[in-house]
Design a protein around this ligand. Structure first.
Ligand code: ZN
Length: 435
């Protein structure tokens, strides 16, 4: 019989509509057994018990869009427009420094930062993804690992003509290997992928039964460029190619034209909004209440650490809620419950993991975060959802479990040697800083 863990002693957010004042969560490595009021469950004598001493028990957060290994480029180039930031700095640094060892090391740093900050699932879209998948496995973190594809040479594919073959091999290597790792495909954008490449990615995703995603309508400049290249906006370009129906996640959508949110909803596309990155690059703003009203599943992502510059989903939730209010001149826009829903249940749904994680209910995985009960900024607790979105931060995370396994205990990462990882990244950064 597998070990049952029983967590009690604080409020439990099972999902944004189901909050228990004196909660109890029981689970094993197969999933959640009970999520409810403490009085409703009699723990077996052999269970491991964890008293959270007033701390809040909640589902792990889901970062629906990230480029994990870009932690190496955190703070390398700030305060620039996307086009200058990307073409004058990031693409050059990537061409020089991205490789298998760098991705393995810097993705471990990203995984550590996210787990310590209460994120239990990430969708990481980048290059050298064998090493990224190994990093998330080592971290004990749930990850959708999406092989990046574009039409110019990359660290793992010097010949772009082979990018789909290599992506196929990557998917086939990782399908069914680990319940934590889901391989996927990431076509970088409509301005770096030809119609032929985009069609190839969509066909491969359908053939292998994986999800695919792309950056879409991030800036008005991207929309103008796509109009020049293809005489269409990015979503309508994909629609004309017959690819919108089948696209799983459109990342950003911060420069959509009228009617395009409805079009994405009709085609079943989910949106991963990355508001903090969009704000930093002055890209524009996805108006999440409008997207939700159009019927879209809206997940939240941090994007890479080079444009955020942290990987905190607490920061993302708060900024999403606040920008929605200022954008609408309406403080009732995107209340805490909806912001947390985007970062949990909707995130899981967008990534095809709705039956796996995103809330705490019997049969779902025990991806659990427990906040400190003794933080001044978390007192008092009238409404746990308000506290999570408007007051809590990554530093308030005390314990984290992924698939029932404890990966963070009292703010300390249990699965990897964090000091060694940080020393390795600092060493790499010396060369990046000199370049
Ligand atoms: Zn991105």
């Amino acid at each position: 019989m597998s070990q049952i863990t029983v967590i009690a002693g604080g409020p439990l957010i099972a999902d944004v509509k189901t909050v228990f004042a004196k909660g109890l969560l029981a689970f094993d490595d197969q999933g959640v057994i009970y999520a409810g009021e403490a009085a409703g469950y009699d723990p077996p004598a052999h269970a491991r018990r964890l008293d959270v001493q007033g701390g809040l028990i909640m589902p792990g957060l889901i970062n629906a869009h990230c480029h994990g290994a870009m932690t190496l480029f955190r703070g390398l180039a700030d305060d620039l427009l996307l086009e200058d930031w990307l073409h004058k700095h990031i693409f050059k640094a990537e061409a020089r420094f991205v490789g298998p060892a760098m991705v393995g090391l810097c993705t471990r740093l990203a995984a550590a930062e996210m787990l310590l900050g209460g994120t239990t699932t990430v969708c990481d879209a980048y290059f050298c993804m064998d090493q990224a998948a190994e990093a998330y496995q080592a971290a004990g973190m749930r990850a959708v690992v999406a092989q990046g594809i574009l039409d110019f040479p990359t660290a793992d594919c010097p010949d772009p003509a082979r990018n789909l073959d290599l992506a196929r091999q990557f998917i086939q290597r990782w399908q069914g290997v680990s319940p934590l790792i889901t391989p996927a495909l990431f076509a970088h954008s409509v301005y770096t992928c030809s119609p032929q490449t985009l069609t190839g990615v969509a066909d491969l995703a359908r053939e292998l039964g994986v999800i695919w995603m792309t950056h879409l309508s991030e800036t008005v400049a991207e929309v103008a460029l796509t109009r020049r290249m293809h005489n269409n906006t990015p979503p309508r370009h994909l629609e004309a190619l017959g690819l919108l129906d089948g696209l799983n996640v459109a990342v950003h959508c911060s420069a959509l034209a009228p009617g395009e949110a409805e079009l994405l909803a009709q085609r079943g596309v989910a949106v991963a909004s990355c508001v903090e990155s969009n704000m930093k690059l002055s890209s524009g703003l996805a108006h999440i209440p409008t997207l939700r009203a159009a019927g879209l599943t809206v997940a939240l992502g941090t994007d890479g650490a080079a444009s955020n510059n942290d990987l905190s989903m607490f920061g993302e939730m708060r900024l999403d809620a606040l920008t929605s209010k200022i954008y609408s001149a309406d403080p009732s826009c995107l209340p805490a419950s909806q912001a947390l829903d985007c970062a949990t249940r909707q995130g899981a749904r967008a990534l095809g993991l709705g039956a796996v994680c995103g809330r705490l209910a019997p049969g779902l995985a025990a991806d659990v975060v427990i906040l400190r009960g003794d933080e001044p900024r978390l007192q008092p607790m009238y409404n746990p959802l308000s506290l999570v979105v408007y007051a809590a931060g990554a530093a308030d995370v005390r314990h984290v479990f992924v698939a029932g396994r404890q990966v963070v205990e009292n703010g300390r990462l249990l699965t990897m040697d964090l000091a060694q990882i940080m020393a390795g990244v600092r060493q790499l950064a010396v060369d990046v800083g000199r370049a």
